[in-house]
Design a binder for this molecule. Structure first.
Ligand SMILES: NC(=O)c1ccc[n+]([C@@H]2O[C@H](COP(=O)([O-])OP(=O)(O)OC[C@H]3O[C@@H](n4cnc5c(N)ncnc54)[C@H](O)[C@@H]3O)[C@@H](O)[C@H]2O)c1
Length: 348
């Protein structure tokens, strides 16, 4: 295989970031696009030079030859389209989350194994140089033992896509998912979670019409990583403003470090220097990382025969953490988390 052929479903907002990025990749060609709204599919194909457009996933699978399915549809459609692609023997890269229930996510991971293909899920935060810098810092012992971490990500909420506010949407699945991936990726898998979560704004204006929100738009999640290592994620669609210049903090027994910028768009790592008592900034260059680079990255890995740093097991674990958080918030219980994954690189 010289280039990975990609079929993309979901020609909405996020596809407009993925398609130009993929057009610049030397490892991938987008050969087909699909959207239930055929006018969107045709417009995307025309704008991005894609040879085929479809209005249905099954028709795209029948009508186009491709190796990797890129799922940028609305969250409630993720599981079914991923299942169709895996059943047809295609690799899958799915925007977050891979499914909206843990049971569905687990079935997808098992189906990929049975079919001998791979399933990867956004977010791709583990690929940034800043993530690698923090990983080496934390696992190399430069901060002593890191027992505490805080992460926060919110905005005022999308003004498009009613599904963001439907039962399978919400700020934790749309935004908190980045922080959950970063914290578990750096501190290790969650063993249990406790959460508070609610719908603060019951009515939203979306695509010019008012709707009744069914999803939680304000969540506080506590994660127990084991051995008294705790982190928390605060996320919401109720943040008019937030300091985005420092969004994740790691606090150790001998030092501390902050991820500068958001974890999906990092701008550096700030590390406290014990000798001088000052904060110094390192690793300011994101190099070729960007939040929409996941599909091009897995295409490159497929061509080169490299095992990607992102794994389906991590995406499934993040999904279980988020669904366990929902369950915890609903009945006030501490919820155990059963899934696990290998950290993306061995400790330094
Ligand atoms: N918009 C962003 O800034 C952003 C950033 C990162 C990740 N994401 C993620 O990307 C995904 C898509 O988000 P979006 O903002 O582009 O949503 P969107 O609502 O703008 O677009 C979703 C598209 O999927 C299509 N679709 C829905 N069901 C389908 C089906 N069964 N088959 C084919 N097409 C179908 C819709 O018609 C729509 O065009 C979500 O998982 C979201 O969390 C979005």
């Amino acid at each position: 295989m010289e280039r990975v052929r990609i079929g993309l479903a979901g020609c909405g907002s996020v596809s407009r970031s993925y398609l130009p990025h993929l057009a610049a990749s030397e490892y991938a060609d987008v050969v087909a696009v699909c959207d239930v709204d055929m006018s969107r599919a045709e417009q995307s194909a025309q704008q991005h030079g894609v040879p085929a457009a479809f209005d249905d996933m099954a028709r795209m699978l029948d009508g186009a030859e491709f190796d990797l399915f890129l799922n940028t549809t609305a969250m409630p459609a993720h599981c079914e389209l991923n299942r169709l692609a895996l059943t047809a023997g295609r690799h899958v890269y799915c925007e977050k989350p891979i499914a909206t229930s843990y049971e569905d996510g687990r079935a997808l991971v098992e189906l990929a194994q049975t079919q001998g293909v791979k399933l990867w899920g956004a977010p791709n935060v583990v690929l940034s140089p800043q993530f690698a810098y923090l990983r080496d810092l934390i696992h190399g012992g430069a901060l002593g033992r890191v027992y505490a971490a805080h992460a926060s990500y919110g905005h005022a909420g999308p003004t498009w896509g009613p599904w963001f506010y439907g039962k399978e949407g919400g700020s934790l699945f749309d935004l908190g998912v980045y922080n959950v991936t970063t914290l578990t990726g750096l501190l290790g898998p969650a063993q249990a979670v406790v959460a508070l979560s609610g719908t603060a704004v019951p009515e939203r204006e979306v695509d010019g019409a008012m709707l009744r929100a069914e999803a939680d738009d304000n969540t506080m999640l506590l994660i127990d990583h084991g051995d008294a290592v705790f982190s928390h994620v605060q996320t919401g669609f109720v943040y008019r403003a937030q300091r985005g210049d420092r969004s994740v903090e790691f606090i150790g027994t001998e030092g501390a470090a902050n991820l500068l910028g958001y974890d999906w768009g990092p701008t550096g790592v700030e590390v406290w220097d014990a000798a001088s008592g000052a904060w110094n900034t390192h690793c300011e260059d994101a190099r070729d990382y960007c939040w929409q680079s996941g599909a091009a990255y897995v295409a490159e890995c497929l061509i080169k025969g490299i095992e990607p740093m992102m794994t389906g097991a991590h995406a499934l674990h993040v999904l279980e953490v988020m669904t366990a958080a929902k369950a915890s918030a609903a009945d006030g219980a501490r919820m155990s988390v059963e899934s696990t994954f290998d950290l993306t690189a061995p400790p330094v």
